[in-house]
Design a protein. Structure first.
Lengths: 431, 261
């Protein structure tokens, strides 16, 4: 296995190198173009285009009796474009909404395509073998002249996006405003639609008609999880597209009987799943971690607060208290409290002596702060939300962990440094 | 009461606009003068936004024309800026505040060129004018409704034009932001800029605007705000559509008849 791996990635076989370069370019270009489809909320139209290129390929083959990729691509381009026009026409000129229009166009074009393909296959034309590649794609089988054409197309697509990046971003975000400043946004929309059709036509070589939508949409969606910057998003999508296609080509190399297209999609989904789970900020794991950290922080702050309250009751701030005394004041699991205490000890917020605990100087001021925020918020609720004093405790329990030092200052000024909370407890200010 | 002005900044002449065959604006004809904050007032569905879009050339009228500074729009595009409705774009789009404001500098930075230092300085100044300095790196998805609105305003300010067309700039904006935006608009009017504002709140309209255009699919009135504050005009504007006009509009659509021969 390792040997095969090394054989593949050393590119000692020139053929392997060509296939990899070709599929990488295809993967990158569809992913980059797909970013704009997704952002313009036209991803599904991509799927319709994919199905609509099939009749174009067949008609081109019937008319010119050749498998020259440029001829077939031209046919694909024409019917692909036609499907966009048809969808837009239906939406504009009838009551049919875009989802139905897309479904309708997709199935009609694909149906005609299948009809033509069957006709060709039974026509006895020997040259037709391999036409069905367009249905399922086969990245590893693209060689020679074809490869050059598809690679060239991909480079053209990438250059177009590079050249018109600002304009594409502009019309994707706010086409009305683009119009208003005299940007020929219709022209750029046509250009964008054209490169989408082209990207799909090229991408079909790798994964086939049915799976091309994934090639277009998945990298963009995955990349969006990592960044809020469109430039970064496009680059990431390109990388995800490239990696997945390398993966697919590799599987093809190892096991020629394996279907390349589905494998490309499997790799892509894997990368998308990684993004959904592990991307910082937006990833699910990150969110879960943040929740956990919040939970810990709240727990620790509650312990500090309760130790301060006990000290406040006794009016003495130097007494080491055993865990039982702390537990009596607040109902939480012993293990949970011990964990919180040991974390606080590590942060030098509490000191321990013979399994009894005392707030350190910093801990004392932190506990004091919690109590202060709690009581200030209670005052705020009674004054500004006109809540009766027996309704304010619950909310203050939560808000004391949310209020930032800036908001605290604002709160103090707004309330004019009140001396007591609504329950007549003294509000402890920082010394 | 429809008062036409001398040397108008915007002249709307006999404008009829349809959506899907059905007219939403009937023979609108008015003109407005320079250096004022002008309100386009009317109920929901009165065609206020449609009127603004027609002036901006985003919708083609069935008949009539619009002249700006006595010229066609294409000759004076550099002197007009447009603030679309806040909801018209997807605020989850991956962009930051600076990206959006710089769009206002697009034309002047050339087709392939990058935004230069001047563009960036002007964009920063525009953000400052709307009280959003320090927000330039902020993701637009993190903005509040009022902040989104102010970013749109800043983008228009960055265009440095003479005529501003604003579609509901006070929608979803809190009272203090509304106050500060209005202050800014008045200041601009004082400097000779003309600002056309679509506004649906009658309560505040008479307080905000120097001149008002009252609309309900047809033009009700156009004149100084203080002269329009009477029961009759308000009743006509907000008192519902004209039944005959609506009936004809529906017929045009149902029977697929042309509105002009």
């Amino acid at each position: 296995m390792l040997q095969t791996f090394l054989d593949f990635f050393s590119f000692s076989d020139a053929n392997v190198l060509y296939v990899v370069v070709g599929t990488v370019l295809i993967g990158m270009s569809t992913a980059v173009v797909g970013c704009f489809s997704v952002l313009r909320k036209r991803s599904l139209i991509g799927d319709a285009i994919a199905h609509a290129v099939l009749p174009g390929i067949c008609i081109a083959f019937i008319l010119f009796d050749t498998k020259n990729p440029l001829v077939l691509l031209s046919g694909a381009f024409v019917t692909g474009w036609l499907s966009i026009v048809v969808i837009d026409f239906i939406v504009e000129r009838s009551r049919i909404k875009s989802d139905a229009a897309i479904g309708l166009t997709l199935s009609v074009f694909f149906g005609v395509g299948m009809l033509l393909l069957t006709y060709i296959q039974h026509s006895g034309n020997a040259a037709q073998s391999g036409l069905d590649r367009f249905l399922f794609g086969k990245a590893a089988a693209i060689v020679g002249q074809d490869l050059k054409v598809f690679a060239g197309m991909s480079i053209l697509l990438l250059l177009t996006v590079l050249l018109f990046f600002r304009e594409f971003r502009f019309i994707a975000f706010d086409p009305d405003f683009a119009d208003s400043i005299g940007l020929p946004s219709k022209r750029y929309e046509i250009l964008l639609s054209s490169i989408t059709v082209l990207a799909i036509t090229v991408g079909i070589q790798a994964v086939g008609v049915v799976l091309i939508a994934a090639l277009l949409i998945t990298p963009a969606v995955a990349a969006r999880f990592w960044t809020d910057d469109l430039k970064v998003m496009v680059v990431l999508a390109a990388i995800i597209g490239a990696l997945s296609n390398i993966g697919g080509a590799f599987i093809s190399y190892v096991a020629p009987s394996m279907p390349t297209g589905p494998w490309i999609i499997v790799f892509m989904l894997f990368l998308a799943l990684l993004s959904i789970l592990f991307a910082p900020k937006k990833g699910l794991v990150f969110k879960r971690l943040r929740q956990r950290n919040n939970f810990k922080k709240i727990l620790e702050e509650n312990v500090l607060k309760l130790m301060y309250q006990l000290d406040e009751q006794d009016n003495g701030f130097d007494k080491y208290r055993p865990i039982t005394e702390l537990m009596a004041k607040r109902d939480m699991g012993e293990k949970m409290m011990l964990n919180a205490l040991s974390r606080l000890k590590k942060k030098d917020l509490v000191e321990e002596k013979n399994q009894a605990w005392l707030l350190s100087k910093e801990g004392l001021s932190e506990g004091k702060r919690m109590v202060r925020l709690h009581r200030l918020w209670e005052v705020y609720l009674t004054e500004y939300l006109r809540l009766p004093s027996d309704h304010v405790h619950e909310t203050a329990e939560a808000m004391e962990h949310v209020i930032t030092p800036e908001l605290e200052k604002e709160l103090e000024v707004l309330l004019n440094h009140p001396e007591y909370d609504p329950h007549q407890s003294k509000i402890p200010y920082a010394d | 009461m429809i008062i036409q002005v001398e040397n108008p900044v915007v002249e709307v002449h006999d404008l009829t606009v349809s959506y899907d065959k059905k007219p939403v604006l009937w023979n609108i004809d008015f003109s407005i003068g320079q250096g004022q904050v002008i309100g386009i007032i009317g109920p929901n569905g009165a065609g206020k936004s449609t009127l603004l879009k027609s002036v901006m050339g985003l919708i083609d009228p069935q008949s009539g024309y619009v002249k700006i500074f006595d010229k066609g729009l294409d000759d004076v595009r550099g002197r007009v800026s447009y603030v679309p409705q806040r909801e018209s774009v997807d605020w989850d789009f991956p962009a930051n505040v600076m990206d959006v404001v710089l769009m206002g500098r697009y034309k002047r930075s050339g087709l392939f060129g990058r935004f230069n230092q001047d563009d960036k300085r002007i964009a920063q100044e525009s953000l400052k004018k709307v009280g959003m300095q320090g927000f330039s790196k902020r993701q637009i998805s993190q903005l509040s409704g009022g902040q989104q609105q102010r970013v749109f305003l800043a983008r228009a300010l960055a265009q440095q034009t003479d005529l501003y067309l604003m579609d509901e700039p006070f929608a979803g904006v809190d009272a203090s932001t509304e106050e500060s935006i209005l202050q800014l608009l008045m200041e601009m009017a004082g400097q000779g800029k003309t600002i056309l504002v679509v506004h649906h709140d009658l309560q505040t309209a008479f307080k905000y605007f120097d001149w008002m255009v009252m609309l309900n699919t047809r033009l009700i009135a156009s004149g100084p705000a203080k002269d329009l504050l009477n029961e009759e005009i308000i009743q006509e504007t907000y008192g519902g559509k004209l039944p005959l006009l609506s009936a004809l509009g529906n017929l045009l659509k149902q029977k697929d008849l042309p509105i002009r021969e």
